[in-house]
Design a protein around this ligand. Structure first.
Ligand SMILES: *[C@@H]1O[C@H](CO)[C@@H](O)[C@H](O)[C@H]1NC(C)=O
Ligand SMILES: *[C@@H]1O[C@H](CO)[C@@H](O)[C@H](O)[C@H]1NC(C)=O
Ligand SMILES: *[C@@H]1O[C@H](CO)[C@@H](O)[C@H](O)[C@H]1NC(C)=O
Length: 465
């Protein structure tokens, strides 16, 4: 793991020195605010749910009640619930894959579809989430056939919530919250995501918490004994992730973080790459149990790679969500050893800045060559030199080095001003305070330009020899 921060990079120094009065515009909004640890249900009244899309609390209609996680209205059990039909052999043609499915898939589908049973709908959704590699199976097919207002959404819909406007100052935390469900569909509560909540690799609380310091590129990986993982998570826990932020009025809001699973395939021709899930799990030791649910699993599916990507827009953000969680599932036999990692990466869209820089280089360099030719020819005339000799060539290169050094300095100044403007004018960004990541290509190029300028400048005095 190699935590790096923007604030240690070269560009912040430059931006700071260019405009000494430049204070971080956004830090003031975040610093000093103590993190609000109250979960969304705590924000609303006892009978109210939080509508994540609008950020408002509202009451459920009379025949509905608040769901355990406080985000939806679900059906209220009536006086005499109809018993579900017991047989589902003809529900679809896909086979049952695991002992867990054989015991509970059809019954949870029937209970969710035909009676008022919120937990059964959660259980069915969790069984679909366990299908880490393909959606061509009985669980997903039954999920799509279920008609119930209680059925939790599997997919993240982009139209549902607009991207939040989030500001991050120096040393501010990325505040994430998760709702947790167990495999049987019981709600386990809201949890503040910190340290080891999502990280399988062990470590001290401080080291693990560094992952959520905004601006810190983080990657921690390790080899793990699968039997140890099963002690931590004997049965899978299902998470949905929310970013907590403050809106313009300073009220805490929550934004659901989309979850991508690059390994999954589906039958439909529509590519899944543009779709995102809501739910994920870390360790599944349930699907691999054969013969008896008390037996240890023969195989384990786990989220071996978790990558939290943060997109830093330099102009109006397109439809790129500001936060995205990528979950890379792998299946391993038990017992065994597995490699796991957790990382946080910052991705900046460079926009057209690099192209503009290249064009400026072309134009200014040609001007530098012309200018050096002019200077050397006027020097030659003054010195009454008739033929091109070594002295003239040396003089020319010395002039050229001096002019090119100026070009490099001019362009680094331009880049600095560009970032300053981007930094100051982030009216439309979803994630504010953006400077190129330290050690990233933009900063590396910038350092190279400055070094070239300095080296070329040191040839300059030759022009006077
Ligand atoms: C699921 O529910 C719908 C509507 O309530 C019903 O028409 C359908 O028959 C149910 N499916 C099964 C397999 O019970
Ligand atoms: C994190 O480190 C591991 C091992 O060094 C590597 O396999 C993985 O690709 C890295 N992840 C990211 C996002 O850089
Ligand atoms: C599963 O194992 C338990 C305890 O070992 C036993 O009581 C139970 O009968 C077994 N169930 C089946 C279906 O074999």
């Amino acid at each position: 793991m190699r935590p790096k921060k923007f604030s240690q990079g070269v560009l912040p120094l430059l931006a700071g020195s260019l405009l000494f009065s430049c204070s971080l515009p956004c830090s003031a909004q975040v610093e000093g605010v103590t993190p609000d640890s109250s979960a969304p249900p705590g924000k609303c009244g006892n009978e109210e749910i939080l509508d994540i899309g609008s950020g408002k609390c509202r009451r459920c209609a009379s025949n509905l009640m608040k769901s355990p996680d406080g985000l939806r209205c679900v059906c209220a059990p009536g006086p005499s619930p109809r018993p579900p039909p017991v047989d589902c052999r003809d529900c679809n043609t896909f086979p049952l894959r695991t002992l867990w499915e054989t015991l509970f898939l059809d019954s949870s589908f029937l209970a969710c579809n035909n009676t008022c049973n919120e937990a059964a709908c959660q259980m069915l959704t969790n069984m679909v989430t366990l299908q880490a590699f393909s959606l061509q199976n009985r669980a997903y097919d039954l999920y799509t056939k279920t008609k119930s207002p209680d059925l939790p959404q599997l997919w993240y819909s982009r139209s549902e919530t607009s991207f939040p406007r989030v500001s991050f100052g120096r040393n501010s935390q990325i505040r994430l919250k998760a709702t947790k469900y167990d495999a049987r569909g019981n709600f386990l509560g809201w949890e503040d995501v910190s340290g080891e909540t999502l990280q399988l690799c062990p470590g001290s609380q401080n080291v693990l918490n560094a992952a959520f310091m905004f601006g810190t590129s983080y990657n921690r990986s390790c080899s793990l004994d699968i039997s140890r993982l099963l002690q931590r998570d004997p049965e899978p826990t299902f998470y949905e992730l929310f970013l907590q932020y403050d809106d313009e009025k300073g009220n805490a809001q929550w934004w659901p973080v989309p979850v991508e699973n690059p390994a999954i395939t589906t039958s439909s021709s529509a590519s899944l790459s543009s779709w995102a899930f809501r739910r994920f799990f870390l360790v599944d030791g349930l699907s691999g149990r054969k013969h008896n649910l008390t037996d240890p699993p023969e195989t384990v599916t786990l989220a071996a790679g978790l990558i939290l990507s943060v997109y830093l827009p330099t102009s109006n953000p397109g439809n790129q969500p500001p936060f995205l969680l990528t979950v890379e599932y792998v299946q391993r036999s038990n017992p065994g050893i597995v490699q796991a990692s957790f990382s946080v990466t910052y991705i900046q869209s460079p926009g057209t800045a690099q192209q503009t820089t290249d064009i400026s280089f072309g134009v200014f360099s040609s001007l530098a060559v012309l200018y050096s030719l002019l200077k050397v020819s006027s020097w030659a005339r003054r010195s009454r030199l008739q033929n091109i000799n070594l002295m003239i060539i040396v003089k020319f290169f010395a002039y050229l080095a001096g002019s090119l050094a100026n070009v490099f300095f001019l362009i680094t100044l331009g880049i600095g001003i560009y970032w300053l403007i981007v930094f100051k004018g982030q009216q439309h960004s979803t994630v504010e305070v953006t400077l190129p990541p330290a050690g990233g290509p933009i900063e590396t190029r910038f350092i190279i330009y400055v070094l070239c300028g300095l080296v070329l400048k040191s040839f300059g005095p030759c022009a006077f020899c």
